[in-house]
Design a protein around this ligand. Sequence first.
Ligand SMILES: [Zn+2]
Length: 296
Amino acid sequence: MSKLSVRWLFVLALLAALAAGGVWLAQRAAAPQVFDGERAYQHVRAQLKLGARPTGSPAGWATGDYIIQSLKAAGWQVQTQEFDYQGVRARNITGTVGKGPQVILGAHYDTRKRADQDPVSPDAPVMGANDGASGVAVLLELARTLDRRRLQNQIVLAFFDAEDNGGLDGWEWIVGSTYFAQHLETRPILVIIVDMIGDADQQIYWERNSSRQWNQRIWQIAASLGYENYLLAQYKYSMLDDHTPFLRQGISAVDMIDFDYPYWHTTADTADKVSPASLERVGRTLEVLVEQGIEP
Ligand SMILES: [Zn+2]
């Protein structure tokens, strides 16, 4: 073997190593991300760090900014929709990816301005770890983990403002989602709301006004993942929630909500009541559903 061919062999070996490395990197990039309850829980903590987050408050606005930054970092197309209600500036936020029949996954990000169910401090604000932050956390972790190449739908992650001051100072419930549903540019084929789904003591039942076929499909997926003791395929509560404005327009909609939550609208709705495992059950169920593809 000549000196020259030794040198060529070295070059070839180097090229082969680089190619193998490239394949390895490509596989790593292609490996689908899986919804991680711990990462979702970090989004709960980040929101609570901002304090109570009622519509129009500085902390509420900062929460919106946090959502926008998180969506952009995950490569989603962000849009905002501002409007005034009772002299307060409110803001809905969406992140969008993909093409095809549109599916909206929604949550409210505002917190109730007074803990009127609290026996001791009914005038204190609600921290909203479960009622507000948990739904947002699930959507933001989905923004990171949904496998874009498998999507057969346009997916919109919708973060509604002004859901949770109903009955206080003349405010109505579900103000942000109502405004949103009245200004749709595209009619979605399905809307799924996640609200109060992070309770460490989790029982999510079928909500009575939700579209039955989608209740069945979502809860079947949950059971296939081993969550049948947490997502219970039977009716319990009837809720007015962010799915309602879409149902009123004849759009299929589901409310995933765990209304067995003793800390609802009290000062005890804090991060210790929410668990990563509960966030993960809801997140993985929705991840499977969306990646399967949704037909009208
Ligand atoms: Zn509430």
